[in-house]
Design a protein around this ligand. Structure first.
Ligand code: ZN
Length: 298
């Protein structure tokens, strides 16, 4: 019933601190339970209930700097808890605001992508430290929920994201776009000789992977492009963008390699919903694909 809101966890921690001499592990749901049992006579003087009182007093004065007494204090705390439980996570976190276009724009409150997750990694810790992996908060949410979906759909596949942009957006050399938190590069998923999903290697020695060139058959050394993984990822990005009220504006990927993408089971969906670049871009997009998200900007 109570979920895992930060306040509940904080209360649980506080209660342990305050009451560890009297109470066994005092979790947030049990705290609420004790509060609700306040009227029960048999429980009125139980150490747990006395602890719950202490916790309430501490929480209500500590959180808001307000000293309330008795029923008003309980009511006050219940209102706070209810509010926290029903506020969507999105609103609790700071939202980004993008300005202008991907080619001439900037960003406020940009958020950094996590260095890695269960089925994905970033392309470079150095680049991350250099602040090159910031995006719009809506884009981060789309990217992370897509990885989450892929974990269930294709549990053996791994993914790697690459350059995104600066925290405040603006010029992002050598890229021509990536200026307002809505452009993201992803490294092309690949299979090794045994057909296992592996990462393309990215380091300062191959310009963080951007120097890699695939041949016309989608091969590079002993690796081949994992078209299923690639198509599944783009599909997941589009579906998650839509379900969160946004969209994918376009995907840039080498036009001569695109037919293989459309041959996969995801081909029909991609053709119907996703706009792929058809002309050659300023840099060959084979080792990575570039995705521009559609999020309203000022
Ligand atoms: Zn790009």
């Amino acid at each position: 019933m109570c979920g895992n809101s930060e306040l509940l966890l904080a209360l649980a921690t506080q209660s342990n601190k305050l009451c560890n001499s009297h109470c066994v592990d005092f979790s947030a749901p049990t705290l609420l339970c004790y509060i609700s049992l306040k009227g029960s006579r048999s429980f009125a003087n139980a150490p747990q209930r006395i602890c719950a009182e202490k916790v309430l007093k501490h929480a209500s004065s500590g959180i808001m700097g307000i000293e309330l007494k008795g029923k008003r204090r309980i009511l006050f705390l219940c209102v706070i808890l209810a509010l926290l439980l029903f506020i969507p996570t999105d609103l609790k976190a700071e939202s980004s605001i993008c300005y202008g276009t991907t080619a001439n724009g900037n960003l406020t409150n940009g958020v950094q992508l996590p260095a890695d997750g269960d089925n994905f990694v970033g392309y470079s810790r150095i680049a991350r430290l250099a602040g090159r992996t910031y995006v719009h908060s809506a884009v981060r949410n789309i990217i992370l929920s897509s990885y989450q979906h892929l974990k269930t759909e294709l549990p053996h596949k791994v993914f790697k994201y690459a350059e995104t942009g600066f925290k405040s957006g603006g010029k992002f050399k050598p890229h021509k776009t990536h200026q307002n938190g809505l452009s993201v590069d992803f490294m092309t998923p690949v299979l090794d000789e045994k057909g296992n999903s592996v990462h393309l290697s990215t380091s300062p020695f191959n310009r963080f992977g951007y120097d890699i060139e695939f041949d016309s058959k989608g091969r590079y050394e002993d690796l081949t492009i994992d078209y299923v993984g690639l198509a599944a990822h783009i599909t997941a990005l589009h579906k998650n963008a839509k379900s969160q009220g946004y969209d994918v504006w376009r995907v840039i990927f080498a036009p001569n390699l695109q037919p293989k993408l459309f041959d996969t089971e995801y081909g029909h969906y991609l053709k119907k919903h996703v706009q792929f670049s058809t002309k050659r871009s300023w840099v060959r997009h084979d080792e990575h694909y570039h995705v521009d998200f559609k999020v309203p900007c000022k």
